[in-house]
Write a protein that binds this ligand. Structure first.
Ligand code: MLT
Length: 262
């Protein structure tokens, strides 16, 4: 359970940023955005349970277990408070972390994600994909996500991004895919966590995000006391990798708001 450190930072540089990846990906989805975060503050990323190297002794599938994992990684790194940014599944984990450990979360970036639970049909689909990944012992059931995670503009103009996503997906394991899908299927609505959250929030959404579209983002903005909405042009669900400079700027602004509030 380690944090990947993209940038070390020094005392006095401001609160560190901790990035939590989406599904079926790992910390590498943040590589380019992390390097583009303005300033000198520390930038770290976690790999959640179910990613390569994090498959041993998996607990029962639960987003709360992933949040506990992040809390432990932060404790091991000596980080007592951070700006926490989660993309999609990472956003579900960020909200669970804010619920279980509010003291750790100075600010929240919710990137192409939602605070609500899945409707029944989506839950059933997740459980079907989990079973299929195990039965076929392959990542085949999530391969099509290399296309659906990115927006139309990226598919047409920057096919290398889709190719990179496809390669990241191939690196995942059937057991990890099954674990994460079951964890996401079981998660509750956490809009109440946003309502109770006192720190600054930035909600980021690609304008071509078909998986967690703008109305899901607006729902979160409306729930939080101090939230800004950043709509990323020409980006889909993986705005953080499609338009990393825009997402990095939003993270930098949020971290400055968090520094000012702390
Ligand atoms: C993700 O990008 O993390 C997934 O789309 C999350 C999900 O399936 O809800």
């Amino acid at each position: 359970m380690t944090l990947h450190t993209f940038r070390e930072g020094s005392p006095g540089d401001g609160l560190p940023i901790v990035l939590i990846h989406g599904f079926p990906l790992d910390h590498r989805m943040w590589l380019v955005a992390a390097a583009a975060v303005p300033g000198t503050r520390a930038v770290h990323a976690v790999d959640l349970p179910g990613t390569p190297g994090h498959l041993a002794d998996l607990p029962e599938p639960a987003i709360e277990a992933s949040a506990a994992y992040v809390a432990t990684a932060l404790a091991q790194a000596g980080i007592g408070r951070a700006v926490v940014a989660g993309m999609s599944m990472g956003g579900y984990v960020a909200l669970a972390l804010a619920e279980a450990h509010p003291e750790l979360v100075a600010a929240l970036a919710l990137v192409d994600t939602k605070s609500t639970a899945d409707p029944g049909e989506a839950r059933a689909n997740r459980l079907r994909i989990a079973d299929e990944a195990e039965a076929t012992d392959s990542v085949a059931p999530v391969r099509p996500m290399a296309t659906t995670l990115v927006g139309e503009s990226t598919r047409a103009g920057h096919p290398a991004v889709s190719d990179q996503v496809a390669a990241w997906i191939e690196d995942q394991s059937p057991a990890g895919i099954a674990w994460s899908q079951r964890a996401m299927a079981a998660r509750p609505d956490r809009t109440h966590v946003l309502r109770a959250f006192a720190g600054p929030v930035t909600v980021v959404v690609g304008d071509e995000d078909a998986l967690t579209p703008i109305d899901a983002a607006e729902h979160m903005v409306a729930a939080a006391a101090d939230a800004l909405l950043v709509v990323v042009p020409r980006a889909g669900h993986l705005a953080a990798a499609e338009q990393p400079a825009v997402v990095a700027a939003a993270l930098g602004d949020l971290a400055q708001r968090a520094d000012a509030a702390s």
